[in-house]
Design a protein around this ligand. Structure first.
Ligand SMILES: [Fe+2]
Length: 135
């Protein structure tokens, strides 16, 4: 599982990289607490953080993409919307089921997939475009 913030996930856009790094720090905290048996409270806090992170990060990315006329915007936005739905579904599950190891594993797996499929490819593609247009 890809849960540590790695060099290869850096997009080169400071604002976005800082947000991504914050996400990975929180995932590590969640995993540490889960290992020590304290994930109950931590999961609720993490999901609350995740929803805020997603709103803030996606809004900023999408705004920049639109303002610079990034042609990959529709596909990128579609991925953001899908991820936001997944986060909402996890929150709903947490509301229904409360804390569980299965749910923690689902959250970590979803984020691991997200880092591999979105941050590493889609966000990088957008960052390359921003640098080209800006520089
Ligand atoms: Fe993105």
């Amino acid at each position: 599982m890809l849960t540590k913030y790695r060099e290869e996930l850096i997009t080169g856009i400071e604002e976005f990289d800082d947000l991504n790094e914050e996400l990975f720090t929180k995932v590590e905290e969640l995993m540490t607490e889960a290992r020590s048996g304290n994930a109950g409270q931590c999961l609720g806090r993490f999901l609350w953080f995740l929803q805020r992170y997603v709103r803030k990060h996606f809004r900023a990315e999408e705004q920049l993409q639109r303002s610079l006329g990034f042609s990959g915007y529709p596909a990128h936005k579609e991925q953001h919307d899908l991820f936001f739905e997944q986060v909402s579904e996890l929150q709903a599950r947490y509301g229904r089921e409360g804390n569980s190891t299965v749910l923690i594993v689902s959250v970590i797996k979803m984020l691991s997939d997200w880092s591999k499929t979105h941050i590493k490819t889609f966000d990088r593609e957008a960052a390359n475009f921003f640098r080209k247009v800006g520089g």
